[in-house]
Design a protein around this ligand. Structure first.
Ligand code: SF4
Length: 353
């Protein structure tokens, strides 16, 4: 649907980021990395939800040691997140990280960057250069008159140059702001200036609902312009919720399909069934279904049958009853209290056929 900007492909384990490959969905564990079992459990949950790649914090040597035990049992490739200490980057690489995320400007100087680049190259591990609006140097902020798209892009490209000077090009760039409008401006400018794949995100986006909306605006706008190769929806919530939000954004743009898509009407004065409750319960029950089917739950016969007919399976409300549709055909009338069971049974029949 959208013409994507083709970037230089980067390989993370079996995944490809960039080069027109399918957009990679990421999250970040919020477990203590040193707790190997809890971290592995959460990685399993993320994988089950459809996450492609997860990141773990490596704040100290103990966490790097734990990564060496986590990685062989992990259901997903792992990005090691490192700040300030290049020795932790080296330890994470030795522990089997599939990718590392650093800010080359804050890990202790050019020679340390050289050591990290050499170790990553030796293992064919890419590096994400991550710049945040809150961590720009005073000098760059002064040079560009504040925290703006120009100063953020300059900071990212200076960080990238620190790796390029050691002939390291296996790079992904992220350049996040907590303001969706600034995020959009910044990535637009960056996309014009680099061939490296871009990791999209609105940082510190907020809680589950607010954060998902802010991310959908920031990430969704960029994706619709063809910008972006991988993304993380950052939420103050269970990381598994980030995956559902990521799929909602990608499904809305037709960029990835995953599981069922529920279409439901907003209800109005014509609604004579308890549609809000029924749609919420259907949404909940659809979570256990993996097949990419389209399900419609509509309140009345005005738009209802039309939407229900275009879906794979649908309900259109009447007075205390629903019409059940399947592949555009009316199957039968069902009383309101049996509608959910009838719909789920039809979905099961179709998806298991
Ligand atoms: S489908 Fe019917 S009940 Fe639902 S909002 Fe439209 S007119 Fe109202």
């Amino acid at each position: 649907m959208f013409e994507r900007i083709i970037t230089r492909p980067v390989h993370v384990g079996d995944l490809t980021i960039g080069g027109g490959a399918q957009i990679v969905i990421q999250s970040m564990n919020n477990t203590d990395t040193r707790d190997v079992q809890a971290t592995l459990r959460q990685i399993d949950e993320l994988a089950e939800a459809g996450c492609d790649l997860t990141r773990v914090a490596i704040p100290d040597q103990e966490a790097a040691d734990a990564l060496a035990r986590i990685r062989p049992q992990s259901a997903l490739p792992i990005v090691a997140d490192i700040h300030f200490d290049y020795r932790l980057a080296l330890a994470a690489l030795a522990a089997g990280a599939d990718k590392i995320r650093i800010n080359p400007g804050n890990i202790g100087g050019s020679d340390k960057v050289r050591k990290v680049a050499a170790a990553a190259r030796e293992r064919s591990v890419p590096i994400r250069v991550g710049v945040n609006s809150g961590s720009l140097s005073r000098e760059i902020v002064d040079r560009f008159g504040g925290v703006n798209a120009e100063s953020m892009v300059a900071s990212a490209l200076e960080s990238v140059a620190l790796l390029e000077q050691w002939d390291f090009n296996d790079i992904v760039i992220s350049i996040k702001a907590s303001d969706p409008a600034l995020t959009i401006q910044t990535y637009r400018l960056l996309a014009k200036k680099t061939q490296y794949p871009l990791h999209l995100g609105v940082t510190e986006a907020g809680t589950r609902n607010e954060g998902a909306i802010r991310s959908a605006i920031g990430i969704g706008t960029l994706l619709a312009e063809g910008i972006g190769d991988t993304l993380r929806v950052s939420l103050t919530a269970d990381p598994v919720d980030e995956i559902a939000a990521a799929y909602s954004i990608l499904k809305a743009l037709g960029l990835r399909s995953h599981g069922p898509q529920l279409i439901s009407c907003p209800t109005c004065g014509r609604t004579s069934v308890d549609l809000i409750r029924i749609a919420a319960e259907v949404e909940e029950r659809l979570k256990s279904i993996k097949a990419p089917i389209k399900v419609a739950v509509m309140g009345c016969a005005v738009n209802g049958p039309g939407e229900a007919r275009h879906a794979d399976v649908g309900l259109a409300g009447g007075k205390g009853e629903f019409l059940l549709f399947s592949h555009g055909e009316i199957i039968r009338k069902v009383p309101e209290e049996q509608a959910i069971e009838a719909l789920m049974a039809e979905i099961a029949r179709i998806t298991e056929a």
